[in-house]
Design a binder for this molecule. Structure first.
Ligand code: HEC
Length: 275
């Protein structure tokens, strides 16, 4: 028999003896502990909920110690809202920016976290030593430090990442300047910036490239794309085989009227890239 196995058996034997000597039975010892602890947690939650409820009033302005009872109703029809995850998902959120759609995004957002989770679940099966002293476990310690560090950095980057929030006049002014946009295109430029197009499209470096949407900085210089084409395209991308982009034309259930579509089209047709 290998000495390793013998060692493990001896360790297990020692463990059994330890339990016999110093251990406490699960019932009632541990059960009692758990019951008391659970009660404490439930009481804290009830206490916090009571403080929140009884110190706040009926109106949104009557905020109590723990915030108001109601806030403004959410607007389900908004088009320029940029959804962001809760802070503890920022690291995953930032991975989405490192791994680009569509080539590596599955690897980055599903693959890597899954591999890490599986390593953790499997840990008791491949690390069988009883060694607990940190200095004797360099691999585990370095791995733990690296994971915490990288999650910290990714969380920080995700939290401070600039979003294409829309409605930013300086961004539009910058486009007019760099892309030499005529006056007739400015209305459309503002609309483009406010309508949420930059959630998927990049324009002169602003916005984020998502779901395979092209950079539109010089879309007007690519042959055969007229104002009329852009009007019809944005009104209903489905008829052009684009099933990803939202339908914007009011006639098709979207949010933009003909005048707005026309303005957007003027802007897109005038976008010929820098220089
Ligand atoms: C949810 C993501 C998304 C949003 C939001 C979005 N688009 Fe798109 N758009 C796409 C994708 C993806 C394509 C490319 C489809 C393809 O290549 O088949 C595209 C293509 C286009 C094209 C066609 C370019 C060409 O080569 O003919 C235009 C123009 C365009 N979008 C304009 C807009 C405008 C204007 C808005 C805002 C009013 C907008 N898009 C909002 C995803 C989006």
């Amino acid at each position: 028999m290998s000495t390793r196995l013998e060692q493990r058996r001896a360790q297990h034997q020692r463990y059994k003896e330890d339990v016999k000597e110093h251990g406490k039975p699960f019932f009632p010892g541990a059960m009692w502990h758990d019951t008391v602890m659970s009660l404490v947690v439930v009481c804290v939650i009830i206490a916090l909920a009571s403080i929140w409820y009884f110190t706040s009033g009926e109106n949104p302005e009557d905020a109590g110690l723990l915030g108001p009872r109601y806030t403004e109703e959410a607007d389900a029809g908004t088009t320029n809202f940029i959804p962001r995850p809760d802070w503890y998902f920022y690291f995953l959120f930032y991975l989405l920016r490192i791994f680009k759609w569509p080539d590596s995004v599955i690897l980055g957002t599903v693959g890597i976290p899954t591999i890490l989770l599986m390593l953790m679940v499997g840990l008791p099966f491949f690390d069988l030593r009883r060694e607990r002293r940190l200095l004797r476990r360099p691999v585990a310690v370095v791995a733990a430090i690296l994971v915490v560090l990288s999650m910290g950095v990714l969380t920080y980057k995700g939290a401070t990442q600039e979003e294409a929030l829309g409605g930013d006049a300086t961004v539009v002014a910058d486009w007019v300047d760099r892309n030499n946009l005529p006056a007739s295109a400015r209305e459309g430029a503002t609309l483009f910036n406010e309508t949420g197009c930059q959630q998927c499209h990049v324009y002169l470096g602003s916005g984020s490239a998502n779901l395979g949407a092209p950079d539109l900085s010089d879309i007007g210089s690519l042959g055969g794309k007229t104002e009329d084409y852009f009007t019809r395209y944005v009104a209903n991308p489905r008829t052009f085989g684009n099933n990803v982009m939202p339908v914007y034309g009011q006639a098709n259930g979207g949010s933009l009227d003909d005048q707005q579509l026309g303005n957007l089209a003027k802007f897109l047709a005038a976008s010929k890239g820098e220089g």
